[in-house]
Design a protein. Structure first.
Length: 212
């Protein structure tokens, strides 16, 4: 399940459907096995076609990267104690240029095995001047989180639930956009989508006036 395609995410207690990789335009590469490919959430952007491999592109062992990272929480590390099935871990891994590094950055989303609930999103940047090693430059371990790339910027999506919402049906979605500057990511934009209002705005079938 280490794919950079679609993934499903949600509240740990509630669950939800979340997300394929958000587009990053050119330079985004998503890879991994694709035996589990849930549908993307409302408003999600589909991943752009992967570019041809280049000398700068290096596949990373995301599981080892997370397990060796002191910034990754214990609950997330426990979820990586063993594969969900066969050799498939609950990860989405995407490579894209977010920080201006010569080597593509690594965006990792971690989910639960049972229902693909998002439990952690991370961005790793290649260490300057080093042939090996990455630094964690972004961490978000709030439930429902999913990191993607949109127009070369880091985009964080989180489904929102109101009291009484069913597992399948969140009330809305928060999307936060971050830019890289001065060695770190800074949030510069956010918006909320209320699914109930979106559905209400959809055109309804016209009444023809005919009766059965």
């Amino acid at each position: 399940m280490t794919t950079g395609g679609a993934a499903t995410a949600g509240v740990a207690a509630l669950g939800l459907l979340l997300a394929g990789c958000h587009t990053g335009g050119e330079g985004v590469r998503a890879e991994g096995t694709a035996s589990h490919t849930p549908a993307p959430p409302k408003g999600a952007l589909s991943a752009s076609p992967a570019p041809k491999p280049s000398a700068a592109y290096q596949k990373v062992d995301a599981v080892a990267l997370l397990k060796g990272d002191a910034k990754v929480g214990d609950d997330v590390k426990k979820s990586l104690a063993k594969p969900c099935a066969a050799d498939e871990y609950p990860l989405d891994v995407t490579y894209a240029s977010l920080t201006g590094s010569k080597t593509p950055d690594v965006i990792v989303n971690v989910m639960t095995c049972a229902d693909s609930v998002g439990i952690g999103s991370y961005v790793y940047r290649k260490r300057s001047g080093a042939h090996t090693g990455y630094d964690n430059v972004f961490t978000n371990e709030q439930p429902t989180v999913y990191a993607g790339v949109n127009k070369g910027e880091l985009e964080i999506s989180k489904q929102t639930y109101a009291a009484g919402d069913k597992v399948c049906c969140p009330s809305g979605e928060d999307v936060l956009t971050y830019r890289w500057a001065d060695g770190h990511f800074t949030e510069y934009d956010r918006y909320h989508t209320d699914y109930s209002k979106t559905d209400a705005d959809e055109p309804q079938p016209a009444d023809t006036g005919s009766e059965g």
